[in-house]
Write a protein that binds this ligand. Structure first.
Ligand SMILES: C/C(=C\Cc1cc(O)c2ccccc2c1O)CCC[C@H](C)CCC[C@H](C)CCCC(C)C
Ligand SMILES: C[S@@+](CC[C@H](N)C(=O)[O-])C[C@H]1O[C@@H](n2cnc3c(N)ncnc32)[C@H](O)[C@@H]1O
Length: 238
């Protein structure tokens, strides 16, 4: 099994408990952090928006609420089971939602033309793709000049105490709890994925190498999370 199949398998298997586990483990915090990413995406009504590595659809639904009925949203993920959860979710009737197209595809080979999207979000996807530079290149390619993307993920805090708390929490709370659901291996993957994930300034450098002239990393939740905000400048010829 190659790395892509390994990641796909993790998220296909945990799909039935993914949302519930995230709510429990983050005490609902992930929903706040996703709303922060939506804000930083600068999504506007009527736009065409992309949610990369959409999983069960949290951020795609937030984009659809913001973009409203005159626009459209595409949620992309290569996990069929995650997309099935996304498609089955009850839509919040309190908001006029943009239509959402759920696309099973690889973020490293997006099935969209250049310059398609006015805005994008990527929630906890960049750390899980097997080729971060290629993922950023693809994101750059499909964004329109002037478009902004907000890339939210877990990060290693620079503060040693918080870093030790994060490791302790993942090893002592998250993994043993996941084990009770039969998903020890799947959740034990998070810590090493964090170890290998570039820190904020490295994420900025990778974004600039991918072509983004504007890239800023915002640590949130004490640095345990972070949002990389990138903008494809208007005079981009690539
Ligand atoms: C949605 C979040 C992380 C992405 C993510 C979530 C998963 O369930 C996975 C399962 C298997 C492999 C990968 C992932 C994955 O990348 C954030 C919320 C879920 C986190 C597991 C919770 C992390 C909590 C913080 C380390 C500390 C929170 C402190 C405070 C108690 C709020
Ligand atoms: C931690 S989940 C995040 C899901 C959702 N964005 C959220 O905020 O909860 C990571 C998602 O990335 C997807 N993923 C990882 N690599 C991918 C790739 N190369 N192409 C498409 N999806 C990918 C996984 O299938 C999984 O659904």
């Amino acid at each position: 099994m190659d790395d892509k199949q390994k990641i796909q398998g993790i998220f296909n298997r945990i799909a039935p408990v993914y949302d519930q586990m995230n709510d429990e483990f983050s005490w609902g915090g992930h929903r706040i952090w996703k709303k922060m990413a939506l804000h930083w995406s600068q999504a506007q009504p009527g736009q065409t928006g992309l949610d990369l590595c959409c999983g069960s659809g949290d951020l795609a639904l937030l984009l659809a609420q913001r973009i409203k009925t005159q626009g459209q949203v595409f949620g992309v993920d290569f996990s069929a089971e995650q997309l099935a959860i996304a498609q089955s979710r009850k839509k919040p009737f309190t908001f006029p939602l943009a239509p959402i197209s759920w696309i099973e595809a690889d973020a490293l080979h997006l099935p969209f033309a250049d310059h398609t999207f006015d805005c994008a979000t990527m929630g906890y996807g960049l750390r899980n793709v097997i080729d971060i530079p290629l993922s950023l290149q693809e994101l750059y390619r499909v964004l329109k000049p002037g478009a902004t993307a907000a890339i939210l993920d877990m990060n290693r805090p620079s503060d040693l105490g918080l870093r030790r708390f994060q490791q302790w929490y993942l090893n002592t709370v998250v993994v043993p709890t996941a084990q009770r659901f039969g998903f020890r291996e799947e959740y034990a993957y998070i810590n090493p994925s964090l170890e290998q994930f570039p820190v904020g300034r490295q994420q900025v450098a990778l974004a600039k190498t991918a072509g983004f002239r504007q890239a800023t990393h915002y640590p949130i939740a004490g640095g345990m999370m972070g949002v990389l905000v990138v903008t494809k400048t208007v005079n981009s010829q690539q």
